[in-house]
Design a protein around this ligand. Structure first.
Ligand code: ADP
Length: 737
């Protein structure tokens, strides 16, 4: 057992030792464990630290990222802004509140010609021509926040006009950082504006000039018009001066030619008359030409009887044609309406010219005047007139020329045949403006045909005052004519002519005297010269028609048919006109036509066809007188004569007292007149009228109505006088027979 025990001890020791070792080992391990544990804690701590650091780093990273994003966005904005700035072609600046340039675009660089570096920090106002104004402008941006369309001129090399627009920009807290200003280049607008202004100024100037020119033109036109007027007046006066003695020469030559003469005397006088005629034609031509030149050729539209008118024209050539032993043939188309509307005076002139040429240039053979219906529609008829002669003809190379002023076919024409070469030029001017045309066909030594086509209006109207040429009727004696004419020679000529007709005539040297005569004596007709001293023919006619209210026929005696305004004659109330030198048959016809006093013989002749269509219904009825006088012709005649003597002065007194408003005299005159109405069988209406005049005159009421009544009384008395004169003559003739 001890042995076991020793073993066990050793073992135990060894175990103990081992245990101590183990313990030591454990201790070591424990220390190591602690150290390891410590290490672990430290490691842990370190790890925590690292994690925090990582977190921070992450945060930092995130922040960095954000910042980076921000920077990128800022960069985009900045790029965008720059893009915007640069996109503007107008100079654009940013300026600081101190007025320093902080940025600008390329356009600014270009305009100012200064480098970007130089511009930055420079004074904004230094770049404008008016720095003060520029200063105010940019200050306004900062005080008001903006400025719009502020005009400035940039101090660039070409002084660009700009409109300055600006607005401030602020930071996120609203602090003003600066201003953006755009200087809009308005050079183009300015140029346009300038051009417009210039254009306006020019236009105004042009208008002014035009107006001045217009005034000048008007002045010139007035001067020209005055010149034309004075030219026409001069021509008119001159022609009057020339024609007056010429008319007397021709007129008296005609008168002398009618007396007994030796053949030599007749020859000489014929030569005088021919020269006179030629001179009158020349004067008329020159006057017509002046009228054409002045554009004053006018055409009337009046109804007239074509065939009659033509016969009257051709009648004027009868003597000449007979003298030259020529034959005048008239061919007239019966389809032509009797009355047409046109200008008979101008037609007269045209035919006169053509026929007188035909007569002039023809020594043997015939002259044919042919008028035919060319065409017709509902309103118009176009007639073709042709004047054919068997005369000398016109060479083909001259035919075009003859319608020009002063052109004659040969240089010898004037010497051989006279003339001025104006006639055809005037004819053309008379035909074409009326819508017609003129042609000529001619063969030398065979003859010529001048033809013209003229349109006329159709009408249903009756042609008034187209008198047929009446043969001189010595039975017609009782026509009283007042000749109003200032020139002694013409007075004498008229006297001679009217004496030849067997008419009674008085002469008044001017319109005033004529009116005086009209107030004291009854006339059947007035022959009125136009140009007279004191009161001319127009004034006198106006007075007769408007003041005297008389309808007495008036024929104008005019030396100047071509220039005197015939319309004026008509306008003042003249019934007709007659050209000087007076064609006596025409004068006679016109007087008879207007006075309408056919002889009893004529009336008998016309009775069946016209049944007295020209005759007025009689205003007198002699039944009472026949009864009272028991048809005693002598007594009848005495009574009629008494009426004829008393009435005209009573009418004159009646009119004068009315004019003078002398009511008592008027009353007395009408009072004396009243019984004669019933004696002469005048309608009781007129007696009543006379009584009304009496009444109004004594009460001096309705004095306006008196004038009208007086005119009616005057007319009826005048008619009664006319009729009684006729009756007187009939009774007288019957008594003698
Ligand atoms: P005038 O007859 O005054 O010379 P016109 O103008 O009437 O002027 O005529 C011009 C010219 O035409 C005449 O000079 C003449 O040579 C020519 N002439 C006109 N009519 C005829 C005609 N019937 N026969 C021949 N020649 C004519």
């Amino acid at each position: 057992m001890a042995k076991i025990k020793k073993l066990d001890y050793d073992e135990l020791i060894s175990v103990r030792k081992e245990l101590v070792l183990e313990k030591e080992e454990n201790k070591k391990l424990a220390t190591e464990l602690i150290t390891a544990r410590k290490e672990l804690i430290f490691q842990k701590e370190e790890k925590g630290k690292r994690a925090i650091e990582l977190g921070i780093a992450n945060i930092e990273l995130a922040f960095q990222d954000k910042e980076k994003g921000k920077r990128a966005a800022e960069l985009i904005i900045a790029n965008y802004a720059r893009g915007l700035i640069e996109a503007s072609r107008d100079p654009l600046f940013t300026i600081s509140p101190q007025g320093k340039i902080t940025d600008m675009n390329e356009a600014t660089v270009k305009v100012t010609g200064a480098a970007r570096e130089k511009l930055i920090g420079a004074n904004f106002i230094d770049y404008f021509t008016e720095p003060d104004k520029a200063c105010k402008g940019y200050q306004q941006v900062f005080t008001e926040g903006f400025v719009a369309d502020y005009p400035l001129t940039m101090k660039d090399h070409k002084l660009t006009d700009v409109l300055f627009n600006g607005s401030v920009y602020k930071d996120d807290r609203g602090n003003v950082l600066g201003a953006v200003v755009v200087a809009r280049d308005i050079t183009e607008q300015k140029r346009i504006e300038k051009e417009l202004t210039e254009a306006k100024v020019f236009a105004e100037l042009a208008t002014e000039i035009a107006e001045e020119a217009k005034i000048k033109a008007e002045c010139a036109a007035h001067v020209a018009e005055d010149a034309v007027k004075s030219k026409q007046q001069f021509l008119s006066n001159m022609s009057h001066e020339i024609r007056t003695p010429m008319n007397a020469i021709i007129g008296f030559t005609k008168v002398v030619l009618k007396t007994e003469l030796t053949s030599k005397q007749k020859e000489y006088l014929t030569a005088i008359k021919m020269s006179g005629d030629a001179l009158i034609v020349l004067i008329n031509d020159i006057l017509d030409l002046a009228k054409v030149d002045a554009g004053k050729m006018t055409f009337v539209q009046t109804p007239f009887k074509m065939a009659l008118s033509l016969s009257a024209m051709l009648h004027l050539f009868e003597t000449k044609i007979q003298e030259k032993n020529l034959l005048l043939i008239k061919e007239y188309d019966s389809r032509i309406p009797e009355v047409l509307v046109g200008d008979p005076v101008r037609l007269h002139q045209i035919i006169l010219n053509l026929v007188s040429n035909a007569v002039k240039f023809t020594t043997h053979g015939k002259i044919t005047v042919n008028v035919r219906l060319h065409s017709e529609d509902a309103e118009t008829v176009t007639l073709k007139f042709a004047v054919t002669d068997t005369g000398i003809g016109i060479p083909p190379n001259k035919i075009e020329k003859i319608f020009e002023n002063f052109q004659q076919a040969t240089s010898g024409t004037s010497r051989l045949y006279g003339g001025t070469g104006l006639g055809l030029a005037i004819v053309k001017q008379l035909v074409e403006p009326q819508g017609g045309s003129i042609h000529v066909k001619s063969k030398v030594d065979e003859g010529s045909t001048f033809s013209f086509i003229l349109p006329f209006q159709k009408t249903k109207a009756n042609a008034e005052a187209v008198e047929e040429l009446v043969e001189l009727d010595t039975e017609i004696k009782n026509i009283k004519i007042l000749v109003v004419e200032d020139i002694a020679l013409n007075q004498l000529l008229m006297k001679t002519l009217l004496d030849d007709f067997g008419f009674e005539r008085d002469i008044a040297a001017n319109g005033k005297i004529a009116i005086e005569k009209l107030q004291t004596k009854l006339y059947d007709i007035i022959l009125m010269d136009l140009q007279m001293p004191e009161m001319n023919g127009f004034e006198a006619t106006q007075y007769i028609r408007n003041i005297m209210k008389s309808n007495i026929p008036i024929i104008a005696l005019t030396a100047d048919v071509t220039t005197v305004d015939l319309a004026k004659c008509k306008a003042v109330g003249m019934n007709d006109y007659i050209a000087k030198p007076v064609d006596e048959r025409l004068l006679y016809s016109k007087i008879i036509g207007l006075v309408k006093k056919p002889t009893p013989l004529k009336m008998l002749k016309n009775n069946d066809s016209q049944s007295g269509s020209n005759k007025k219904t009689k205003c007198i009825n002699l039944d009472y007188l026949l009864h009272r006088t028991k048809s005693n012709p002598t007594l009848m005649m005495e009574m009629i004569l008494l009426y004829l003597e008393q009435t005209p002065p009573l009418i004159t007194t009646m009119k004068r007292s009315l004019h003078d408003k002398n009511w008592d005299v008027l009353h007395a005159a009408v009072h004396k007149m009243i019984p004669s109405f019933s004696i002469m069988g005048i309608h009781p209406d007129f007696e009543n009228m006379a009584k009304r005049v009496q009444e109004y005159a004594s009460s001096q009421q309705e004095t306006e109505a008196i004038a009208d009544l007086v005119i009616q009384l005057e007319n009826i008395c005048a008619q009664a006088c006319e009729e009684l004169e006729e009756e007187f003559n009939i009774i007288k003739t019957n008594t003698i027979n």
